[in-house]
Design a binder for this molecule. Sequence first.
Ligand code: ADP
Ligand code: MG
Length: 133
Amino acid sequence: MDIKSEQEMLNFGREYASKIVRPVVIELVGDVGTGKTTFVRGLAEGLGVREPVTSPSFTISKSYALPEGGRLIHYDFYRLSEPGIMKDDLVDNMKDEKNILVVEWGESVAELLPKKHTKIEIEYTEDGRRIII
Ligand code: ADP
Ligand code: MG
């Protein structure tokens, strides 16, 4: 799929929200600046999250209450070579079937993610578009 602007990425996230069947873990793969966090902003909006979504790159995780219960939990492990106690946090949050987990830079926790999880890859094109795989 071809995403031509930030707005289209937000729309993609918003539409994706309606397709989610919980529990789900979504791994986002793509270089810095491809739009992973932008996707999560759209996703959160589509799920009915009212608070603004900001990047968890400094806090590692951010969590938002969902209107029907459960939480959207957004991780960014970019700065963590060794996830340490965040592993427990991730595993605990995966146990609640009402939660939706989204993980950026999940290599260091790859063995903890469910074998069957959703992987969304985002790639740059030369002319600034993004391609979703
Ligand atoms: P990541 O989380 O992958 O590092 P962000 O979502 O934080 O990326 O940032 C993506 C940046 O790229 C935003 O500033 C956004 O405005 C910009 N951008 C430009 N074109 C697109 C596009 N087609 N899709 C998504 N983001 C885009
Ligand atoms: Mg990001």
